[in-house]
Design a binder for this molecule. Structure first.
Ligand SMILES: [Zn+2]
Ligand SMILES: [Zn+2]
Length: 409
């Protein structure tokens, strides 16, 4: 039996929980087993399903916890967040590892409680990588400029209301003067001076704001972005090493298990053992775990990049994009339709059908009772018997063993 056969059989066992006999078994049927008879009782299937789920759960958790065994590259400070250009490949990786590239804004609960001040930014906790690339100095500069900018913007907002108030008061004073009201609440010259001073001050602040926004902050941010780009080159390599170590470790855990259950499955299957079903479930568990390890490793190694490149290419052509989804539709049809086809073919294979009908004393072709037949079916004329090459008696064509001398075909 080839690998493809095993593969298909395995798929069907997994998804349809149906165990059909292999090709070799067609001629040598074990006594007591009917073609469509379920060998395993329902309780057995339920127990096996339960075993599959729980074993997978424990295996999955064991793999999850292996993540902490190799030393992980230190995470970057939360301040890095706005300067990182995350690549496609980073996304899946860090999501899976459940460990973002940057730390959360508040690294620990305690620091949040101790340092809690309204409007206070939590301090950046720099990693060795950031220190190596001289990021802290630049980051602090960025933060101080940013604070100043926020300050200036708040002040500008306040000044606007002040100026509006002064404008109103000035208008009022002018109206007072025109109406010639006695007492004079507002002094026109004083108000005018105040108004002009405020406007002058405002324009100074505006200049500072524009300077901060367009020069100082822009420069330091650009610099930071560049530094982080350099840092990420090194950081990604560090992660790749970590992933490789993790991959090896996971394989050491899972691969021997996979190999053992797979060998046992093959051996039991060859013997047509009723215990095969247990190892079918175990192979399923081992396969899922192995697949998980491989897919995750391949993802960060090349899969993500290939998918991204392909997707970028495809997006240039509207027709191709639609063709991809169209292809997906046919892929699904092929996989599921193919599985059902294969299964049906197994059940309705002529050899199998013939054997099934012969056992019920029916013509393999038209189901006429064999009680009425001799060497040929009286209804459809199908040949039913042939001369045995050993004992020369007329033996049934569709059975593998001669009923007279016991010789096998
Ligand atoms: Zn017939
Ligand atoms: Zn014979």
């Amino acid at each position: 039996m080839g690998f493809e056969d095993w593969n298909l059989e395995f798929l069907c066992n997994m998804f349809l929980f149906f165990r059909s006999k292999t090709k070799e078994e067609v001629n040598t049927t074990s006594p007591g087993y009917e073609e469509q008879e379920q060998k395993t009782p329902k309780a057995g299937y339920i127990l096996l399903f339960f075993m599959f789920v729980t074993a997978l759960f424990f295996g999955w958790r064991a793999l999850d916890d292996l993540r902490d065994v190799p030393s992980r590259p230190e995470s970057l400070s939360h301040c890095a967040q706005e300067f990182l250009t995350t690549k496609w490949e980073d996304i899946g990786r860090y999501q899976y590892l459940n460990y973002p590239v940057y730390e959360l804004a508040y690294p620990t609960k305690e620091s949040r409680l101790v340092d809690f001040k309204p409007q206070a930014e939590p301090p950046c906790i720099y990693s060795v990588y950031e220190t190596r690339y001289d990021i802290p100095v630049r980051m602090e500069r960025h933060r101080s400029y940013n604070r100043e900018l926020q300050d200036v913007e708040i002040k500008l907002g306040r000044m606007d209301t002040d100026i509006a108030e002064l404008d109103r008061a000035y208008d009022m004073a002018l109206q007072e003067k025109m109406a010639n009201v006695g007492g004079r609440i507002y002094s026109i010259t004083e108000l005018y001076q105040k108004k002009e001073d405020a406007k002058l001050q405002r324009s100074e602040f505006e200049t500072r704001r524009d300077e901060l926004r367009n020069n100082l902050l822009k420069d330091v941010d650009e610099n930071l972005r560049m530094k982080y780009r350099e840092l990420m080159l090194e950081y990604r390599v560090a992660w790749r090493w970590y992933e490789f170590k993790l991959f090896l470790l996971e394989m050491i855990f899972v691969f021997p298990f996979f190999w053992f259950v797979f060998r046992m499955y093959k051996r039991l299957l060859a013997k047509n053992s009723p215990y095969t079903i247990i190892f079918t479930a175990l192979v399923a568990v081992a396969s899922v775990l192995t697949l998980r390890i491989l897919i995750i490793w391949f993802w960060s190694l090349f899969l993500a990049r290939i998918i991204q490149t392909l997707w970028n290419f495809i997006q240039n052509f509207a027709l191709l994009k639609s063709l991809v989804f169209f292809g997906g539709m046919f892929l699904v049809i092929t996989i599921f339709g193919g599985s059902v086809y294969w299964l049906q073919k197994r059940i309705f294979e002529p050899k199998r059908v013939a054997l099934r009908r012969m056992r019920q004393k029916q013509c393999p072709n038209c189901q006429t009772s064999l009680d009425l037949a001799e060497s040929f079916c009286p209804n459809c004329g199908r040949k039913l018997k042939e001369k045995c090459s050993i004992c020369n008696n007329e033996r049934w064509l569709d059975f593998s063993t001669c009923g007279y001398c016991g010789s096998k075909k």
